[in-house]
Design a binder for this molecule. Sequence first.
Ligand code: KG4
Ligand code: ZN
Length: 331
Amino acid sequence: MRILGIESSCDETAAAVVEDGRQMLSNMVASQIEAHKIYGGVVPEIASRMHAEAISAVTEEALRQAQLSMAEIDAVAVTFAPGLVGALLVGLNFAKGLAFAGQKPLIPVHHLRGHVAANYLTNEELAPPFLSLIVSGGHTHIVEVLDYTTFRAVGRTRDDAAGEALDKTARMLGLPYPGGPHLDALGRGGEAGAFRFPRPKVAGHPYDFSFSGLKTAALNKRQEANGRERDFAASFQFAVADYLCQNTLRAAEALDYRVIVLAGGVSANSVLRAEMQRRCAERGLELYLPELRYCGDNAAMIAAQGYYEHLAGHVAGLALNAVPSLPIDAG
Ligand code: KG4
Ligand code: ZN
């Protein structure tokens, strides 16, 4: 089954074609980063307008690269939640139009489920159940993936997302938006033990996170970091990675998971990848990481998850609406 995926939840306009949830035939992403950079973050109105400008061309290019016409596509999968509502609506309405015109099923996909499914594109043998750490710009969750469309969140952040903490710390150091990848580059070769940051515990919730304390600690130590930015970047990233790994592996042990899957934009972080790899190897756990090109927002991951949503009978009518905030385990 060939699925056209559409993604427009934040600042990437993306379209892709994936066969049977696993084989990527094309994957187009038009990034808006340059337009938002001067504001230091995503401006929702600009995001919506740029999605509207780009979506037709991006979709045409995805079909062209897959060497397929719309008639050869079996279904349209689209991100309907969560995200910026105006941005989501652009992709959603476009997908509805395509589905209606071609009389094809319209498959609603939760963005974070898509991030998890990014792993199916590279790791043919990967199948649920497994435990996933989902870390992006707006979300930090530890989720049991019971089967392809049954999720149970067991841990979450109480305040900032991991990506947000990384981006804000990067900004403090004067790095451009989005800061995560720049902080990653700056910290290479730095001393990870040079600065200490807390790993806050959330009482009664052993798998939950609180990143605002880390961010405040970074702000307080900012002066000490002058001239030692590399060590500061390395130390902060190590603290974030260590905290993420600790809670994930604690949950894996308590809930008896032997397979761990990383997902979301922050899973591109080199410190997090290395730390998780090292600790999983020590414990004899199997670890899956998304390929770097599938870590950030893209539509191949939406088409991949769309395949499994369709298998489970999750098809929407044209009344489908965008939902800015929705738990991964809803519905
Ligand atoms: O999943 P994503 O592309 O968009 C959301 O759904 O939010 O995640 C974006 C986040 C941003 O915070 C960005 O700075 C972070 O992922 N990110 C990284 C790296 N690459 C992207 N953070 C740390 N290191 C990286 N290499
Ligand atoms: Zn994302």
